[in-house]
Ligand binder design. Sequence first.
Ligand SMILES: O=C(O)[C@H](O)[C@@H](O)[C@H](O)[C@H](O)COP(=O)(O)O
Length: 235
Amino acid sequence: MAKLTERFFDSKEQMTEALSALLKEQLSSGIEQDGNAVLMVSGGSSPAPAYKYLANLEFSWEKVSVAMVDERWVDVTHEKSNESFINSTLLQNHAANANFVTMKNSATSAIEGQAECEKAYAELKTADVTILGMGPDGHTASLFPHAEGLKIGLESTGKVCAINAIESDVTGSITERMSLTLKGIADSRKVVLLISGEAKKAVYENAKTEGSEYDIPLRAVLNHPDIDLTVFWSP
Ligand SMILES: O=C(O)[C@H](O)[C@@H](O)[C@H](O)[C@H](O)COP(=O)(O)O
């Protein structure tokens, strides 16, 4: 089982404040320890206010590498690109000085781009903090239930994997993705899971029950013995 800490807040503002403080603390201690820090980021609405706060924070951003937790296999100009979202929320003002490591490359498919992405991620040290979201289907990163590539995502010793999700209301039409593997998620001093609303709280509680990691991939994170996980929930 992961080492689990649960922090439930009364408002999104309180969650953002606590999350921002945790991110700053993890990055500072990474720099103190290794001279540089690695932050793994997800898309989604929950982390956006903390990203905006960090963007305006005076910090040694030139010592920070920011890398994606997952990405749709689309160009950065695409409206659904997570990289574009990170550019417009986090990599602004002071944080624009951070070194950004993309998941997307010029390969025509995620599976063809996997080796190049793995090479880029292999050069990164253990992350200081990894931010995960969770979908209503129990996916986290782009580890979607029963997706093509999920077995590799759960079992590989590599950091990244190509995923082709089963199309649903949650995935939308773009099902081809690159994702951190479970091993890639676990290669982090701290993992943070952000959950908003009662409906997703129920999904999270269900993920904590015994069952298949293929049905609810978040279970694999909760079950992982080496993950230090803090769950942030707000209404
Ligand atoms: O790539 C995606 O499909 C989304 O980014 C997704 O994985 C998101 O992180 C979660 O659905 C949490 O979203 P919220 O932060 O909006 O709850």
